[in-house]
Design a protein around this ligand. Structure first.
Ligand code: F0G
Length: 536
């Protein structure tokens, strides 16, 4: 008889003990709401949907332990309890692998031994990693809590851009990434720097759906050949940072191999360029490495995470991803590392960053978050690296993709870690259609209109194809994404979505082109423009 692990179905990781009733909205009511919200899916009221795949960001279910942690939230303006446990949880998660200290337990268990609290939590000194502690965090700050990922990006790029212009020997600056997310790209552009996507060349290769459990080609990798060409072409001084996004959300949520991280690290070291992670879905990425990269099957997720982060100088992160919390973000860099050395030109870069953090988000110990949020996200950091949870999540995404592929819907395969992506070029193949028609957007409008399901176009509309140079256009894919919030949906939601998507695919000739009726020139326009579907 097969053992529990040999059944080919992951062991259930949890059980929901609270549910929310979905409102029975009619098609006519949705049509009215679409019209009232200018057909922009971001503006459509969530409460009127049956299933919402717009984002996995902050939209997950919190666990009972996270809810319990909320009660320990400390709303003090200076140095709340959560600040200390969060910083220690960052060390635990990204530096300590299988040997976490779990200082949070001192708070959750109501420790009253003052000396112990002082020695182990409040007054411990630390230096040399991603999070200086005690006096070292005051002298050389390197850990910045902010409300979400894009705030960390803003903090980073708005602080380094003037330093670059004043001190670096280049007129233009380029930030290469295996795939910039839209907010990262926008923050780089807003500061006068140039984002470059170096997608893996195998990204759109065919992959058989029945092979998803057996192998993975790590299509999220960075193209290292193009990276080296870029550095040589533009010059070292023109590349202030190299970024790797794990997993690669813009490239269909595909994972990045440890081997690729190491190769990029080697190039970064050779040219003395700081290497950063956009660490948004680090746990999901580690889970793919464990399942598919040679040599990692017997290594724990926390130890894989530790190895991944040993190769980078710093990271920006949104704690809203990986399903780990509803809100939160951060920016961390290695004490006395390459980034610190290269950017501490006039004065310590950490001091500059801290000043901006205080000016824009809040003082360093809460960074614009409530004490409750800090406690919930700290608990989440320990929960997202649990393998039963990660396996079940991965299986759900994979199953969603497999069911669509079996119905001939052109999904990007293998499935990524947090979402299923449909290749819109293939979806409309053979039809008279160009990227300027924004038919991917038309597809998302029809999904809401007919079936009450929301997805996100991540293609020529969101990435502003028509505003780009021919060179930049190469970095734009044409996708529609169905992101799965953590622990929210089950088989019934997935099956409903598969049936609806398949029905629309089979009637794709009826999906309208879409015109921008208001604000085509706006920046980050997918959040704000008005649209008009053209029904023929
Ligand atoms: N980086 C990546 C790879 C992301 O996916 C996101 C957000 C961010 C940065 C910005 O983080 O939202 O906390 O400010 N992605 C969400 C999504 C919004 O739906 O994929 P944030």
């Amino acid at each position: 008889m097969k053992s529990q692990n040999e059944l080919g179905i992951p062991i259930p990781a949890n059980k929901p003990l609270i549910v929310r009733t979905i409102k029975q909205v009619t098609k006519e009511q949705r049509e009215y709401a679409l019209k009232k919200t200018e057909y922009n899916v971001f503006s459509f009221p969530a409460d009127l949907l049956f299933v919402d795949f717009l984002s996995d960001s902050g939209s997950g279910t919190m666990t009972d332990l996270q809810w319990a942690s909320l009660f320990h939230g400390d709303e003090s303006y200076g140095r709340n309890k959560g600040y200390y446990v969060l910083l220690d949880a960052i060390r635990d998660t990204f530096e300590r692998g299988d040997n976490p200290k779990r200082a949070i337990n001192l708070i959750l268990t109501g420790e009253t031994n003052v000396k112990k609290l002082m020695d182990e939590l409040y007054l411990t000194s630390f230096e040399g990693g991603f999070v200086n502690g005690g006096i070292h965090q005051l002298i050389r700050p390197n850990a910045f809590i902010v409300p979400q990922g894009r705030c960390a990006e803003h903090l980073l790029f708005s602080t380094i851009a003037p330093i670059l212009r004043k001190n670096y020997n280049s007129k233009e600056f380029f930030i290469p990434n295996n795939g910039h997310f839209d907010t990262t790209e926008a923050n780089i552009l807003a500061n006068g720097l140039n984002p470059i996507n170096l997608f893996s060349s195998n990204l759109l290769d065919e992959f058989p759906w029945d092979q998803m459990d057996n192998r993975n080609p790590f299509k999220g990798n960075m193209d290292i050949k193009r990276l080296e060409e870029l550095i040589q072409d533009k010059g070292m001084d023109a590349i202030p940072l190299i970024y790797i996004t794990i997993t690669n959300n813009t490239a269909a949520g595909q994972p990045v191999e440890m081997k690729n991280i190491k190769e990029v690290r080697k190039i970064a070291k050779k040219y003395d360029i700081p290497l950063f992670f956009d660490a948004c879905r680090f746990a999901e990425n580690a889970n793919f490495i464990k399942e598919f990269e040679e040599g990692y099957q017997d290594i724990s997720i926390p130890n894989i995470v530790k190895e991944m982060f040993s190769y980078v100088d710093g990271f920006t992160i949104s704690f809203k991803k990986d399903g780990l919390a509803n809100i939160g973000g951060g920016f961390f860099f290695k004490d006395n590392g390459t980034f610190h050395r290269k950017f501490s030109v006039e004065e310590d870069i950490g001091i500059k960053l801290k000043e901006k953090q205080i000016l824009t988000f809040g003082n360093d110990s809460y960074g614009g978050l409530s004490g409750r949020d800090i406690m919930a996200l700290t608990t989440g950091l320990y929960e997202v690296v649990q393998e039963t949870y990660l396996n079940e999540r991965k299986f759900q995404v994979r199953n969603f993709a497999r069911k669509l592929a079996k119905n001939n819907v052109p999904v990007i395969l293998p499935a990524g870690g947090h979402a299923v992506y449909i290749n819109i070029d293939k979806f409309f193949e053979g039809m008279d259609s160009s990227l300027d028609d924004f038919r991917g957007v038309g597809f998302t409008i029809e999904l809401i209109r007919h079936y009450g399901i929301r997805a996100a176009e991540l293609g020529p509309f969101a990435f502003e194809w028509d505003k780009k140079t021919p060179e930049q256009k190469k970095g734009v894919l044409n996708l529609v994404r169905f992101a799965l919030p953590r622990n929210v949906y089950g088989t019934s939601h997935i099956d409903y979505a598969v049936a609806a998507i398949t029905e629309l695919f089979n009637n794709r000739d009826k999906i309208p082109k879409v015109k921008i009726s208001r604000g085509a020139k706006l920046r980050l326009r997918h959040f704000q423009t008005g649209l008009q579907p053209i029904y023929e």
